[in-house]
Design a protein around this ligand. Structure first.
Ligand SMILES: Nc1ncnc2c1ncn2[C@@H]1O[C@H](COP(=O)(O)OP(=O)(O)OP(=O)(O)O)[C@@H](O)[C@H]1O
Length: 275
């Protein structure tokens, strides 16, 4: 379908809840404007309560919001199969096997059986679970459950993957393995990803672009395009410099060089000022 706008565009998106007192409003998301390019890997990073999940849920269609969000020119008002969602707690159906969990979306979308089977097989192979297709979720490790959950999201052939702290419950080593595998899946499929995390190092390993959110009200304090190769060395010095910059934004310190707000244009001199 041809479309002229950005791949995804958020215009004046805000979320407000009523506070405990009459007339009191709680601005969870301050009006936010954002363009997402096709194939981009964006991490939403920030402290607890800054609105990361709320923003992701708006894009997923789970949350009502003010403003407009469009994906490939289509306005988002409810969940849709073109947006695959991966949750921290896997959300697998325990009474279905891995294969049945993955095949569920294609089945509900009315795909014929043969196409469904080949798609399910392809997605299981992509996440390395082809030998575990007949297992029930209770026989899988946390990492395997998250792989199954990822395969289930991919089986709907989405144009964007929305992930809410998918690896937060995993041990450090499994988490690093999953991060590398996710990048490999991303490389093979070219899919656009929006990934919520609390972890600066996770964001720096995965993202092409990091949006640092701050709370009260939830807002984007830094929109940082990373000038790093796709395959990253976790010990690369440049990661540490980005890390220092992000930490200073999270501490709400005034940025170096007297700039009121860091932007991509002025990041190079700012980064250079971090030893
Ligand atoms: N249904 C609701 N009613 C009122 N306030 C809500 C509701 N849902 C979320 N909030 C508030 O919105 C704010 C943002 O919550 P959100 O879960 O999006 O933050 P988060 O950055 O994802 O946090 P975490 O990292 O802890 O998951 C919080 O202050 C939360 O209390």
């Amino acid at each position: 379908m041809p479309y002229e706008e950005a791949f995804m565009e958020l215009k004046d998106v805000s979320v407000t809840y009523s506070g405990p007192l009459p007339g009191q409003l709680h601005h969870v998301l301050h009006p936010l404007n954002l363009q997402v390019n096709e194939g981009e890997f964006i991490c939403l990073l920030g402290p607890s309560g800054c609105g990361k999940t709320t923003l992701l849920n708006c894009i997923a269609g789970f949350q009502t919001y003010e403003g407009t969000i469009t994906l490939q020119g289509q306005r988002i008002t409810k969940p849709g199969k073109e947006r695959g969602v991966v949750f921290q707690d896997y959300a697998l159906f325990p009474w279905f096997t891995v294969e049945q969990n993955v095949a569920l979306g294609p089945k509900m979308n009315g795909l014929p059986k043969a196409k469904r089977s080949s798609l399910t097989e392809h997605c299981l192979r992509l996440v390395g679970l082809e030998s575990f297709a007949s297992y029930y979720p209770n026989r899988l490790s946390g990492g395997m459950k998250q792989r199954a959950s990822l395969a289930r999201a991919l089986a709907n052939e989405p144009s964007i993957l929305l992930m809410d702290e998918p690896f937060a419950a995993l041990d450090e080593q499994t988490r690093e393995t999953m991060q590398s595998e996710l990048l490999e899946i991303k490389r093979k499929s070219g899919i656009t990803c929006i990934f919520v995390t609390h972890s600066i190092s996770e964001a720096l390993y995965l993202a092409d672009r990091i949006l640092v959110l701050l709370p009260r009200p939830g807002r984007v304090a830094l929109d940082l395009a990373l000038d790093l190769p796709h395959i990253r060395d976790r010990n690369d010095d440049r990661l540490f410099r980005y890390q220092k910059l992000i930490r200073s934004v999270l501490r709400e310190e005034p940025p170096a060089h007297g700039e009121s707000k860091p932007s991509n244009q002025i990041l190079e001199p700012i980064l250079a000022s971090y030893p």
